[in-house]
Ligand binder design. Structure first.
Ligand SMILES: Nc1ncnc2c1ncn2[C@@H]1O[C@H](COP(=O)(O)OP(=O)(O)OP(=O)(O)O)[C@@H](O)[C@H]1O
Length: 321
């Protein structure tokens, strides 16, 4: 194994009196594919900027491949910033070639790589189209391809899925997998938990500048335990009704009739026990399902409903299903 692509150690960043990132420690070992999750304002972009040396921490340290972020090491990194921007008059192929050349590829290799990436992502028929003529989603894909152009050892992608339709989100998932198979280490931030669930071997969750979880998907689900979902007529407070019976219920953002609640099950209790307790409590039940835990439930249990609601609002309905 080589040096770890990224180690952040007790990193804090303040803007005036506001602490955007607080005491963050994060290590990204070679070959990992890590999802960096959290609602708007959780501090993800600020953390990624510090990882690259674009922004300096107030305290703590950052090392990229064993060194402070510096030009030589940054050649091994591909970074998709949150702020997108390409030269509007360039063609798609020239754009990707340009970024590849900036990172040291020969003209011939840059051209071959641009063609390969455009083929892989279904954009080959647009290779001579100017960026200004592309849809927003297509332009975003070109920007992502430009990030991958020099075959970086470490990819840092800030919200790569935002702005893409479901078909192109799938294309991007496949592309990220292909980059990982090629040997790249990947760290990407996202609001959309289902991408993290499908792609990552590890997830890091942030809320209000603090890391609230760092572990594998299995660990996240084990930490949560089993649950059940019960939907009741709108306005009925199932948490209050079940609390005296020893069950903890949280509102869940599911669509469907009535209000959905997630019931956390203690070891030794089953979904049927929760249902029985709800019936005994006189709950007007309109739906019931034993469940497999999802990442969003882990997030709710870790950060509470206020922050989880912020995440749900910022992604739109169903986006973190
Ligand atoms: N340059 C800055 N000056 C002042 N405040 C900032 C600056 N950059 C970020 N912040 C604040 O720090 C907090 C964290 O922002 P950051 O962009 O890191 O969050 P995020 O998790 O990436 O969320 P989003 O998905 O909305 O970008 C926010 O409250 C933001 O307003």
């Amino acid at each position: 194994m080589g040096l770890p692509p990224l180690v952040m150690s007790h990193v804090t960043k303040r803007f005036g009196a506001f602490t955007a990132v607080s005491d963050l420690s994060l290590d990204v070992p070679e070959g990992a594919i890590i999802g960096f999750l959290g609602p708007n304002g959780a501090g993800k972009s600020t953390s990624l900027r510090m990882a690259l040396g674009v922004m300096q921490p107030d305290s703590g340290s950052v090392s990229l491949f064993g060194r402070p972020p510096e030009i030589a090491t940054l050649k091994r990194v591909g970074f998709l910033p949150e702020e997108r921007g390409l030269y509007k008059k360039m063609t798609t192929r020239a754009t990707i070639e340009h970024f590849a050349r900036l990172k040291g590829l020969s003209a011939r290799d840059a051209r071959a790589r641009a063609i390969e990436l455009l083929d892989m992502s279904g954009l080959s028929e647009f290779k001579t189209t100017r960026i200004s003529k592309l849809s927003k989603g297509m332009a975003q894909k070109v920007q992502i391809l430009s990030t991958l152009a020099h075959r970086p050892d470490f990819l840092i992608l800030d919200e790569p899925f935002s702005g893409l339709d479901p078909v192109n989100q799938q294309v991007l998932e496949d592309l990220i997998r292909a980059e990982h198979d090629r040997g790249a280490t990947i760290l990407f931030s996202t609001h959309v938990m289902e991408h993290a669930e499908r792609l990552c071997d590890r997830i890091v969750m942030m809320a209000r500048g603090r890391k609230v979880f760092d572990g594998t998907l299995d660990e996240a689900f084990n930490a949560l335990g089993q649950g059940a979902r019960i939907a009741v007529s709108e306005g009925f407070d199932l948490a209050a009704a079940l609390a005296p019976k020893g069950f903890e219920a949280h509102r869940a953002p599911d669509k469907g009739p009535g209000d959905a609640w997630r019931i956390s099950l203690r070891p030794g209790t089953g979904a049927q026990d929760a249902l029985r307790a709800a019936i005994e409590a006189g709950a007007p039940i309109v739906g019931f399902a034993p469940e497999e835990a999802r990442l969003r439930d882990v997030f709710v249990s870790l950060v509470g409903e206020a922050d989880a609601a912020a995440l749900i609002e910022s992604t739109g309905e169903g986006a973190i299903a």
